[in-house]
Design a protein around this ligand. Structure first.
Ligand code: ZN
Length: 511
């Protein structure tokens, strides 16, 4: 490597390191706001967060980065860089171009409008009144459309909406996602029908038994131990706290999760702990050599979801998992669940029931909620529909896909915070995560054929090691469609996910 190149590459990476350190500090300030902050601190906290984001914006749009990028990429020696270094440069350049092309005024106006829209969304949701929400959502949508138009030029995508999707699933397009989702929708609708008319139906009364919250905390601890997410030892890099909406945040040696405990719904904290635990072990097991480098981050939002859902659903809702964990659960809960039988319990935690609310949806119906949202977003950005038409089309699709009647817009189009927060293009990642998880499972089963036996004896080690080596370790070295191909040898495909679902649910429901 030529000397000048080494020095400009090094300078760039030094700047990146500072950005990662600053970002991780911001994440902790956010985490504190959600978990520990006393109410009166909110004003000071918003000033702190605004200052941190101003500093971050200034650092990440520093013209020096542009200059160093040019120097590094123009060198004839660029070819002598290895794959990791080239990927770092690619990711830095992509981020820098996007950040610098968006006018500061638009960024500031969008941030302001997002805060207003979220605030109005809360009030409109409480009042079940979309007409309150509509004018603010329209303003925010126009701002995001402007940004999408600019990003489309920078990223050279075919449509503005693709430029937004690219933020969460780099290089994936609405066209390719539409094809996959059409197949997904058809398969899921027919699977739901099979479950609905099947001879065996679950009895979910066991899940409604009251389990005191201090016992639920012990259950959550025991789950983190099982999946190897350390929150207890002197070497621990994790911790678990409580928030209404569970989330994961952090970086390498400090990755934190939250859960919520409801006395009359103990299963909720079990599955949210497993879900967030899946996110956390992904972050903790990224390649250690790549810390403070762009390659040392997760591949995409969909890949992140594939890991959380793998732990939550593929492992955590399997019969084998409960062979091991039900006796433990009985032990921890005293006489509350002592009469629960394995098969009844497993069927109960895998009940398939079309519902109105996405975050409460089961494994089989979940993706249909996502497909409704994706189709609406795509058509909105393509000017095929308007913001005003959203509630009506939403309700029609829910009837068509899930067979449910939406009675008001709070349980309909206003149920999620995403659009109110300006987050367009994110929804497809949730369903892509499920699809990826199916493909990853099919590949893992070839390498670790006895994984189910291991899980039934409480051994998660081999599964975790396989995921670390084959998924986590790749970090952001490849875009999602390339990474799935590298891991599985296949293009993005819903077939393995269907195979997994059909195998599991035909046994549970007896069809
Ligand atoms: Zn998640």
């Amino acid at each position: 490597m030529a000397k000048s190149l080494t020095s400009s590459y090094k300078k760039l990476m030094e700047k990146e390191k500072n950005l990662f350190i600053l970002g991780s500090a911001g994440a902790i300030v956010h985490w504190d706001m959600e978990t520990k902050m006393p109410p009166r601190a909110i004003r000071l906290r918003s000033l702190q967060l605004a200052m941190l984001s101003r500093i971050e914006h200034k650092m990440s749009t520093d013209p020096e980065i542009g200059k160093l990028l040019k120097e590094t990429m123009r060198q004839p020696e660029y070819d002598s860089l290895d794959t990791v270094q080239k990927r770092n440069l690619y990711l830095i350049k992509k981020h820098y171009d996007e950040q610098t092309k968006l006018p500061e005024e638009l960024v500031a106006e969008t941030a302001k409008q997002e805060a207003i829209t979220i605030d109005v969304w809360k009030k409109a949701k409480a009042a079940k009144d979309f007409s309150m929400f509509k004018p603010e959502l329209e303003k925010l949508f126009d701002l995001r459309k402007k940004a999408a138009g600019i990003l489309m030029e920078v990223k050279k995508t075919a449509t503005p909406y693709d430029a937004l999707v690219d933020i969460f699933e780099p290089k994936m397009t609405a066209e390719s996602i539409s094809k996959v989702f059409a197949e997904l929708r058809e398969g899921l609708i027919s699977l739901i029908k099979k479950c609905e008319v099947a001879p065996k139906q679950p009895d979910i009364s066991v899940l409604k038994r009251r389990v005191p919250i201090d016992i639920q905390r012990k259950i959550a601890e025991s789950l983190t131990e099982l999946i190897g997410y350390d929150i207890k030892s002197k070497e621990a890099g994790g911790r678990i706290d409580e928030t209404e909406h569970p989330f994961t945040t952090g970086y390498y040696d400090d990755v934190r999760i939250t859960t919520h405990y409801y006395e009359d719904n103990f299963a909720s904290s079990i599955f949210s702990t497993l879900h967030e635990g899946g996110h956390a072990i992904y972050e903790q097991n990224l390649n250690r050599d790549w810390i403070f480098q762009p390659v040392g981050t997760a591949c995409s939002s969909g890949f992140h979801e594939s890991q959380s859902r793998f732990v939550e659903n593929i492992v955590g809702r399997s019969r084998e998992f409960w062979i091991y964990f039900l006796p433990k659960l009985k032990e921890l809960t005293g006489n509350i669940l002592s009469d629960g039988d394995l098969d009844g319990f497993v069927h109960a935690v895998n009940q398939v029931k079309p519902s109105k609310i996405r975050v409460e949806a089961d494994e089989v119906t979940y993706c249909l909620h996502i497909i409704v949202r994706f189709n609406l977003e795509r058509d909105l950005f393509a000017n095929k529909i308007t913001v005003a038409e959203l509630p009506q089309i939403w309700n029609q699709r829910y009837k068509e896909y899930l067979g449910v009647d939406i009675e008001n817009d709070s349980e309909g189009v206003m149920q999620d915070t995403h659009w109110a927060g300006g987050l367009f293009g994110y929804f497809p990642s949730y369903a892509l995560g499920n699809i990826f998880s199916g493909q990853i499972l099919a590949t893992m089963e070839k390498d670790v054929p006895d994984w189910k036996n291991q899980i039934s004896s409480g051994n998660f080690q081999d599964v975790k090691q396989w995921l670390t080596k084959n998924v986590h370790h790749y970090g952001n070295l490849h875009d999602p469609a390339d990474l799935i191909k590298r891991i599985t040898g296949e293009e993005v495909s819903v077939k393995p996910y269907f195979n997994y679902l059909y195998r599991k649910y035909s046994k549970l429901y007896g069809f």
